[in-house]
Design a protein around this ligand. Structure first.
Ligand code: SAM
Length: 277
């Protein structure tokens, strides 16, 4: 593990951000749970529910790290497909046993209904940790891992139904370029969804949140991952990130329509959504 200097962190260049995530990759999931007291799981669930993907959806999860959004997506489409099969059986009680058996076999041989998710991340250590986790948790079908920069995605135009970026966009050096790339790789009709730390409007909560972020998180970083500076960077990057309305305007500038956002926990995080129409 290489130490990153405080001055370099303040500049937030691509190389430095790479170093931060290389340093935290192995402990990333443990740290996520301890820093957010497990709430990041709920936020990610809400993101995937909002997406409400149907079987057949092609998703790219940019800055996808260790696969949290991808795994949730796969679980979600699998459960939608199971529900569809059960409904079909319930509503067609006079199906022959051959038809029932055919539906079951189709479902069993293709539980995702051709859905796919591509996890794209700039950091090979994060992808390595993600692949290891996928193997451990038994995810393989419909899942691929691609090394790539959000600002210059290694994908063709008009390829994906949905683009997600969770807790990733604030680490991107040129957010405008990342948004343009999101627009380019989405199919017409495709949806952009961004889950990110944002700005708390309630003054009392904001004060408490500041205390927690600046006093507790770097200490947790030091104790759990032996890395105070990287976690201090993460906290500072949250404060520097544009507030809800500003990000909304940036998403519109990239060409997205019907852009809106939903605050979660008084704006500690927000989900921005937009469509390529
Ligand atoms: N999305 C995952 C999650 O929610 O758990 C990981 C989020 S983690 C805080 C941020 C991720 O963004 C890291 O894996 C980092 O490598 C990645 N990242 C930073 N800059 C990037 C860029 N320009 N392009 C793609 N990924 C980037």
């Amino acid at each position: 593990k290489r130490r990153v200097s405080g001055k370099a962190l303040a500049n937030g260049s691509v190389g430095v951000i790479y170093q931060v995530f290389e340093n935290v990759a192995e402990k990333y999931d443990v740290m996520n749970d301890s820093m957010s007291l497990g709430i990041h799981r709920v936020w990610k669930d809400i993101l995937v529910h909002k997406m409400n993907p149907s079987p057949g959806t092609l998703l790219v999860d940019v800055a996808g790290g260790t696969g949290d959004i991808a795994f949730r997506f796969l679980n979600y489409v699998r459960s939608v497909r199971e529900r569809q099969l059960q409904q079909k059986l319930r509503h067609h009680q006079n199906l022959s046993w051959q038809e029932i058996s055919k539906s079951y076999q189709e479902e069993k041989s293709n539980p995702l209904g051709d859905s796919q998710v591509v996890v794209c991340d700039i950091n090979k250590e994060m992808l390595k940790a993600g692949k290891k986790r996928a193997q451990h948790l038994g995810y393989s079908e419909g899942l691929s891992w691609v090394l790539g920069n959000a600002e210059e995605l290694p994908f063709d135009d008009d390829k994906f139904d949905v683009y997600t970026i969770a807790f990733g966009i604030r680490n991107v050096t040129r957010i405008d370029l990342a948004l343009q790339e999101a627009y380019r790789v989405l199919k017409p009709g495709g949806r952009f969804l961004c889950l990110e730390f944002s700005h708390v409007s309630n003054p009392l909560l904001s004060r408490l949140y500041d205390l927690y972020s600046f006093q507790v998180i770097p200490v947790l970083g030091e104790v759990i991952a032996g890395d105070w500076k990287s976690y201090q960077y993460l906290v500072e990057s949250i404060r520097r990130f544009p507030p809800q309305e500003e990000l909304k305007a940036m998403i519109e500038d990239a060409g997205f329509l019907k852009v809106d956002y939903q605050n979660l926990n008084s704006g500690i995080v927000a989900i921005h959504s937009g469509f390529k129409l």
